[in-house]
Design a protein around this ligand. Structure first.
Ligand code: ADP
Ligand code: MG
Length: 699
């Protein structure tokens, strides 16, 4: 249960005085777009993005036009517009001993203005001065205060990210109220680390950020910010390590055979393994042989040959007397894997079967029976493989292909399908190191860096959409030379129907040029139709395949040498790289054409990156910089925990420290029972990683 000391922080924000039924929904929208109702903690974790200096620093004559300033002035004169014309401005002339400013308001009443700015009095006005006809003017000053008001106002006022209808001042006030609820919490960070880094306490850090005493306090790398980022990262690392400890604890089996099937399988392969593949396999072999459970992430760029590594790993498990399963993210990929692996498995004498959501009736029943009685050794499928109704005789290894959206929960769910199943996750996109630690910190990592020899580089060009017809006509060449082309249609925000319409339209326009040589595949097609369209393309009955992003991952057609992506600016970098990876798999030179529409700065940077490099790791790092982690990992869709206080690309070094700190703490206190351990539990609750606490059990 959550420690009672935290309860005030998890109370709804609307319980604060000053946040009424009108404003509450705005806060919900700003702070808790997914979970409906914002809580006090959400506001406290909504850190300022900067601060405004409200001190009186200069005389009017020294003011810089366009910059915000606060001035001490004497009120000289009022000048209202002609009566009855509400739209005309109300002006007040103010001065100091160096110059004057005209303050201007629209839609205000004389009575209120005269009360606020009595002639002859001293006032403090804050706002941006602009030059108008050579004269200083301030339109709608942000603040007009008397001396007492100025004394009450903080010298530095935090500024926050906002949403329409919420005003900066409201947020400042609300965060003040929220700070009142902040309890003092026992320290969970290693005291030596605190001393070395000179970090403030958690509560001090939060308080200072919302009530900064200088502009430096709110800077991204201020001690206060860094401390909070560290807290969040530490919570994440603790959660992952607890999870890892739990999964490892469940182990018993060593899975190692005599090598005869592995030998047969190697003989069946039409090529020899690359060094990277060999290395990954020896990592996996070691994991399988050890009594500890395998939790391994296999990273490799598109086309680096991860599938074969999966096949060999599954063969090892089968040889040791266990079943293996390979899960692909889509039906098309599952089918493709099956079709490629079946002949090899047949040669090696291993039974292999396909199971997807589409298999029904007698065939499905037969496959289920085979999995349950163990006559099927390798199962290939979609997530249907791990549904309730499927039971395995003796599942020993699960391989998850091309899957970022495979979160901690799914990893746990897998354990239910067998006795401490060994797990190998293969990622389609190389993941920057910091993100690996953040999201896969519970796993060991193997990386395949090189691609099989003899691959030709892919040449990438960016072309304006206006020249689409030219590009379409240019495909003539492809048809005559027996090569294939993909034509990827743009994704339209939030509407599969619109996606489809765009693909349909492109299909029809290309058909006018190339008739029956054009195929179409999209996400809403019925399974068998999809298969047929893919099969036509693989066999060369069609040469141009118009597709939505269903071909994004994994599909392998060596004859395909051209990848055209329409509205490339709408895709993420990693996604573009994945798509491009569909070509350049054969001996021929390949081309990728990125057709772009209106591009902003980020879009341009993305396209430029694609043009300049083929290195997936470099692209992933760029993607992280340009778009943020959520898009790379698909965390937004998957409900993986997001990060609010830390930014992987800024706080990467902290992550490594957090990792070690978490490791040391758990080594000394695996059940989090010491004084610091109990504080660490509070930390896990604070960052809502408390599911990890349930994983702590004696044993
Ligand atoms: P990815 O890592 O993107 O999943 P695949 O496993 O689909 O890559 O492999 C890409 C292509 O490379 C496939 O056609 C596969 O048969 C081929 N391949 C894999 N390993 C080798 C190798 N060692 N030598 C030659 N070709 C290989
Ligand atoms: Mg693959």
């Amino acid at each position: 249960m959550r420690p009672a000391v935290l309860n005030p922080l998890f109370a709804p924000l609307r319980s604060l005085s000053g946040i009424g039924p009108k404003m509450a929904p705005l806060y919900d929208k700003l702070l808790a777009p997914q979970s409906a109702e914002a809580r006090i903690i959400d506001l406290l974790f909504h850190l300022p993005n900067g601060a405004v200096d409200r001190r009186v620093k200069s005389k009017i004559a020294d003011s810089v036009p366009g910059e915000l300033g606060t001035f001490e002035v004497r009120v000289v004169a009022h000048k209202a517009g002609p009566p009855g014309r509400a739209k005309s401005p109300y002006r007040v002339l103010v001065e100091d001993d160096t110059g004057d400013i005209t303050l201007t308001w629209f839609n205000v009443g004389r009575v209120r203005m005269e009360a606020m700015l009595p002639i002859g009095e001293i006032r403090y006005v804050s706002g941006v001065i602009e030059l108008w006809d050579g004269h200083r003017q301030m339109v709608h000053p942000e603040r007009v205060l008397d001396a007492a008001g100025l004394a009450r106002q903080p010298a530095f006022e935090p500024t926050y990210g906002l949403t329409a209808g919420l005003y900066p001042r409201a947020l400042v006030k609300a965060s003040e109220a929220a700070l009142q609820k902040l309890p003092d919490l026992a320290e969970w960070i290693d005291p030596a680390l605190i001393a070395r880094e000179k970090w403030p306490r958690f509560t001090d850090a939060i308080r200072t950020l919302h009530r900064p005493a200088s502009l430096a306090d709110v800077a991204p790398l201020s001690l206060h910010r860094v401390r909070l980022a560290y807290d969040e990262l530490l919570a994440g690392q603790l959660a992952l390590l607890l999870m890892r400890a739990r999964m490892k604890r469940e182990m018993g089996a060593t899975r190692l055979g005599d090598g005869h099937l592995v030998k047969a399988m190697l003989a069946a392969l039409p090529f020899t393994l690359t060094d990277g593949q060999e290395q990954a396999l020896s990592d996996i072999k070691r994991d399988l042989a050890s009594p500890e459970r395998m939790l391994r992430l296999l990273q490799g760029d598109v086309g680096s040959g991860k599938t074969v590594v999966a096949l060999m790993a599954m063969t090892m498990a089968v040889e040791a007397g266990w079943q293996s399963a390979l899960m692909a993210p889509t039906e098309i990929l599952a089918r493709q894997h099956y079709e490629r692996l079946k002949p090899l498995a047949d040669q090696a004498g291993i039974t292999i079967a396909l199971l997807t959501g589409r298999d029904k009736g007698a065939a499905r029943a037969q496959t289920l029976a085979g999995l349950a009685d163990g006559t099927i050794s390798i199962a290939i499928g979609t997530h249907a493989l791990f549904q309730e109704t499927v039971s395995f005789h003796r599942l020993g290894l699960a391989v998850i292909d091309e899957q970022h959206r495979f979160g901690v929960h799914q990893r746990l769910a897998l354990s239910k399908k067998g006795e401490a199943v060994d797990v190998l996750v293969m990622t389609a996109t190389p993941i920057p190191r910091t993100l690996v630690l953040t999201y896969f910190g519970d796993m060991d990592v193997s990386i395949i860096r090189e691609k099989p020899a003899g691959r030709k580089p892919i040449e990438t060009r960016t072309i304006a959409l206006e020249r689409l017809d030219e590009v379409a006509n240019g495909l003539e060449r492809v048809l005559t030379s027996g090569q294939r082309a993909y034509w990827i249609c743009p994704i339209v925000e939030e509407s599969e129907d619109l996606d489809l319409a765009a693909a349909q339209e492109r299909f029809e326009s290309l058909q006018k040029l190339y008739e029956s040589k054009v195929g179409l595949v999209h996400g809403q097609m019925k399974g068998p139709d999809k298969d047929a369209a893919m099969a036509d393309f693989v066999a060369g009955r069609t040469s141009i395949l118009v597709a939505t992003t269903v071909v994004e991952v994994g599909v392998d057609v060596p004859e395909a040498t051209i990848m055209i992506i329409e509205h490339a600016e709408r895709f993420g970098l990693s996604q573009l790289h994945q798509l491009r990876g569909r070509v350049g798999r054969g001996a021929e030179r390949s081309n990728c054409i990125l057709l772009f529409g209106n591009v902003g700065e980020v879009g341009r940077a993305r396209l430029e990156t694609m043009r300049s490099t083929n290195d997936g790791f470099e692209i992933a790092e760029q993607d992280l910089r340009l778009r943020g982690e959520g898009d790379i990992l698909g965390t937004r869709q998957s409900g993986m925990p997001g990060f609010r206080l830390s930014v992987p690309e800024k706080h990467g070094e902290l992550l490594v420290i957090a990792r070690d700190d978490a490791k040391n703490l758990l080594a000394r206190d695996p059940h989090l029972e010491s004084e610091r351990g109990i504080a660490a539990r509070t930390l896990l609750y604070l960052f809502e990683r408390d599911e990890a606490i349930r994983l702590i059990r004696a044993g």
